[in-house]
Design a protein around this ligand. Structure first.
Ligand code: HEC
Length: 129
């Protein structure tokens, strides 16, 4: 007589084990991805360089009036583009830098500048309220 290699119950149990393993694997993959995303921006050399520098808010204000005020308003009160008053309470610096350099949300252009100028601009953005 030929013995079945495994009973239905055994097969069910090994199936459940496999599903548990997959769920655990997916959960850890998500956790790793999340940590990577959170740390990723800070590890970017440009972001790191900009955040390490002490910004000059006066020069940042000049940069703002030349590059940003046309859309966001002279005082960041909002014009064609959303208001930026209190923006640093809503967006952290790495996200602000990304918004400024990426060009991800047209019509806002992508701005390229030295880390020192970015630090200056950030110090001005921090003061908008
Ligand atoms: C041509 C117009 C234009 C210029 C110039 C511009 N922006 Fe914008 N900006 C926008 C628009 C439009 C949005 C909204 C994008 C969206 O969310 O779809 C935006 C969004 C933003 C946001 C996100 C606001 C929020 O509440 O989510 C920040 C921060 C920002 N801009 C900063 C700047 C800075 C700093 C400058 C100058 C270096 C600048 N922008 C120049 C049009 C502009």
């Amino acid at each position: 007589m030929i013995e079945p290699t495994s009973t239905a119950t055994e097969q069910q149990e090994s199936g459940r084990g496999l599903i548990t393993a997959l769920v655990v694997l997916a959960a850890s993959a998500c956790a790793v991805l999340l940590i990577w995303v959170i740390n990723g921006a800070q590890q970017d050399p440009y972001v790191r360089a900009s955040l390490e520098l002490q910004g000059d808010p006066d020069h940042g204000g000049q940069l703002f009036r030349i590059n940003c005020a046309g859309c966001h308003g002279l005082a960041g009160q909002g014009l064609l583009a959303p208001k930026l008053a209190g923006i640093s309470e809503r967006m952290r610096d790495p996200a602000l830098i990304h918004q400024i350099v990426s060009g991800d949300t047209p019509p806002m252009p992508s701005f390229q500048m030295e880390p020192a100028s970015m630090a200056d601009l950030l110090s001005h953005l921090h003061k908008l309220s």
